[in-house]
Design a protein around this ligand. Sequence first.
Ligand code: LLP
Length: 427
Amino acid sequence: MTKRLDLFPLSTKIQNDRLFVANCDLTQLAERFGTPLYLYDRLTLDSAAKEYRSALDKFYPAASSVTYAGKAFLCKAIVRWALTHDFALDCTGAGEIAIAAVAGAKKENILVHGVNKSDEDLQSAFQFASVVVVDNLDELRRIRELIAENIPDLWLRFLPGVSVSTHHAYTQTGHHESKFGMTDDEILAAATFCRENNLPLKGIHFHQGSNFRDAKPLLPAIDSALDLAQKINFREEWHFCPGGGWGAAYHEDEAPHPRIEDYVRGIAAAVVAGCARRNLPLPRLRLEPGRSLVARSGVALYRVGAVKRRGEKVWALIDGGMADNPRFALYGAKYSCLTVSSPNQERDERVSFAGPYCESGDILIEDLPMPNIQRGDLIAVPVSGAYQLSMASNYNGARRPAAIWLDDGNAVEILRRESASDLLDRD
Ligand code: LLP
């Protein structure tokens, strides 16, 4: 349904029969920085950021802003990039807060999530963040006990009990049995607790899941959240956040990358109509995207070390896999790829790409139509910008790959490759 090349970053081109991103030759980048290697295309990042901003300006009549969900991919460079777009940073716990703060995010730019925040997470949130999204009543009681001064704004995380259709059950968070957030009754109890204890309750939040293309299930969730907002009786400036979750296309069998504008338009219309019906003042609308901002900008480069033929099965063994991208192993996620040289060759064979780790599930791609693959070939995997490096591990002593920022002919290393001494540093 989609052309394979169209999954790649916006600046991708084929020149002299080779793949280029941001006017950088991927063959040369692999030689210069080694593989596996993660590339981030600035143009694609900026374009997604502008799409969010302009859609909010177009469809939402009151104040609005974007919070980048750092769990998709976080390092100092991406924090600085988010700040250039006036985005806030959603940080899960003290580790992500530290990255954001060191990179220059101010208190007003940091919002803290987490389903079971430790005391350290909360203390660091009090020091560095302006918003804490409270997941449960126990956490709220702990906040009251721990906090002395500098109380951040509190938003309550609501569990709407409505699921969205995502690529896997593990990426759904809004259904009844989910471990995330609070039920209607718990939200109302939390609001009473805030009032009685003079805690600054300023908003309501929910997040139904990640990588959906159909935003319709958001509508009943928005309605239920607005019902609660009415009962809580938000009057002055208040914040409403329907989370993130907008998807990306990973494979040519899927429809093209879904449009950010369609997502924002639906949410904005539902919030405006829902508030009018309830006579609620329009909230500051906060969106919290991760994947739809960064996934498409990322490309992962791997080198083929060996090819094995087992009857119909062709295994191309590459130098990365589940340690830098566990998404196939976790969710059976479907990826595609192109050879970096001669990307347009006839694809007359089905090839599976597996990594070097000691697990049969260490697969990146299964049975993808490809040209004849040889040892030494480089492959480029598109849509690698989200939830890959951020979920990477040191399994089998893997050293996590470098990440390179590509900006119109310039390639800058933003994360260096780990070495064995990094592994030993904490041992
Ligand atoms: N807000 C909250 C509270 C979240 O938990 C998440 C993602 C987001 C926003 C951003 O969602 P996004 O726009 O990126 O879909 N590891 C999985 C995805 C897990 C998502 C976790 N929460 C994957 O690789 O598909």
